[in-house]
Design a protein around this ligand. Structure first.
Ligand code: NAD
Length: 428
């Protein structure tokens, strides 16, 4: 976030590059380079000691040509308007590439939620809605959880909105707890979505998953279900996962040559994705300090932790056996490293295609809220598989047709769909 490359400038540069490839009319490009609407506001919150603290909040609606804006709300001490703008723009492309009838939005509050008590968090969530509710709604803009926000917080926000509009409106927000309008399958959605794209990429590359090994960075929500998916759905072997140890303040790689058991490791992992290393070690796992995951002899690398992890330095460590990188995290590969992967002929599944499973099941959640009828987990996941497989096929076809990388192809598919929607609505 703050102190790093300006995310919004990066998002605009990526867009400009593909707008050039598509020979997009410069006037149309100018519309898409910027959010359509932005809200900057202050949220006064009564603290437990009786004082009032004022928090700075944002909501950015990048483009709603294809449907209501969609995107999470982050609570982070280093949140900036430019981060929110970039994330809102990326949401427009992510929803478009998955062919969801949604636009792109994102929200944020400058706050470290760990410093607030539960009642203070609840008052901040309700305060966010009190300021923004006139510009949110199932047909307008539908937030969701993101870094620093949880399903419980979405429940409070939904309740506040429902009170203000005078009727129960679960579809105003997704990522709600099960039993309060949440969807089955949301927990697995992003990790399994990653694996559906990996499965399709392996078919294209003529790789047999049963003979393939994967190395995963991270062991949070995305990585855990990617590990389960790779072993249980594809029959492959995951040779390592990794995590950030908050006590030792360094990453560890947890590996087993003949394949890890993701469900066992999940049973000794806390809610922040931190593995208990003494229990892992006692169960025969090798524990190595540092980012060893990237050096492992594997066919598939799945970065599923943070941005910028495959960079000019670390890309040099990638084993010659690697044929596929599946970006579970948002922005895990820097442009310099991307170039090296391209030169080495490594197939990259770009983040906003690879991790679109989460927003896809969020969309299913709002569909179920609208119908007030809820699907089984099997139904949600099989519809997810259909959506993600179709998205992969569309991007692969564009990549082959235009002789461009999967990342550029994903951008081309997405931008083309948004431009068509703007044309059909008579905006351009
Ligand atoms: P999470 O907080 O549940 O897990 C993050 C994991 O990464 C933890 O295991 C943590 O220990 C580990 N980690 C952090 N720093 C590390 C480091 N330096 N080395 C190794 N491991 C490290 O997060 P998540 O929800 O799994 O999200 C992971 C990534 O996927 C993020 O980039 C997020 O934006 C993206 N993403 C998540 C979703 C979703 O639905 N959860 C959807 C789309 C994209």
């Amino acid at each position: 976030m703050a102190g790093q490359t300006n995310a919004f400038e990066m998002a605009q540069r990526q867009f400009d590059h593909v707008a050039g490839l598509l020979h997009l009319d410069p006037q149309v490009a100018e519309i898409l380079r910027w959010p359509m609407r932005e809200f900057h506001f202050r949220i006064p919150v009564r603290m437990d000691d009786g004082s009032i603290r004022v928090f700075e909040g944002f909501r950015v609606q990048h483009n709603d040509a294809r449907g209501p804006n969609k995107g999470g709300i982050r609570f982070h001490p280093a949140e900036t308007i430019d981060t929110v703008r970039a994330l809102a723009m990326w949401m427009t492309w992510k929803c478009a590439v998955a062919d969801l009838p949604l636009g792109g939005g994102k929200g944020g509050v400058i706050v470290d939620p760990a410093t607030l008590s539960t009642p203070e968090k609840e008052r901040l969530c309700r305060g966010y809605i009190d300021v923004m509710w006139r510009n949110l709604g199932p047909r307008t803009d539908v937030p969701a959880p993101d870094v620093g926000t949880t399903p419980q917080m979405m429940g409070w926000m939904m309740d506040e909105y429902s009170k203000l509009v005078g009727q129960y409106t679960p579809g105003v927000i997704t990522g709600k707890p099960l039993g309060s309008g949440g969807s089955m399958g949301r927990t697995e959605a992003t990790g399994f979505g990653v694996i559906y794209t990996v499965r399709e990429a392996m078919k294209h590359l003529k790789l047999d998953p049963a003979r393939c090994r994967a190395a995963i960075q991270g062991f949070g929500n995305v990585a855990q279900y990617a590990a389960i998916g790779f072993t249980e759905l594809l029959g492959g072997k995951v040779v390592c996962v990794s995590y950030w140890d908050r006590d030792d303040r360094c990453p560890y790689t947890v590996s087993k040559e003949d394949g890890i058991d993701p469900r066992f490791l999940m049973s000794i992992t806390d809610q922040y994705g931190t593995i208990n290393k003494s229990q892992a070690s006692a169960a025969g796992y090798r524990i190595e300090e540092g980012g060893e995951w990237i050096r492992k002899e594997a066919d598939v690398l799945i970065p599923a932790a943070l941005e910028g992890q495959i960079n000019a330095e670390t890309v040099q460590l990638i084993h010659e056996r690697v044929k596929l990188v599946a970006e579970g995290a948002n922005g895990p590969t820097t442009p310099e490293a991307d170039e090296v992967l391209r030169e080495r002929g490594i197939f990259v599944l770009p983040d906003f295609l690879c991790n679109a499973g989460g927003v896809t099941v969020s969309y299913f959640e709002s569909v179920q809220n609208d119908m007030n009828y809820y699907w089984s987990k099997g139904e949600a996941l099989s519809r997810l598989d259909d959506k993600i497989t179709t998205a992969f096929e569309g991007v692969l076809e564009m990549s082959l047709q235009q002789q461009v990388s999967m990342r550029d192809a994903a951008y081309m598919v997405a931008i083309d769909r948004v431009v068509k929607a703007m044309q059909l609505r008579g905006w351009i």
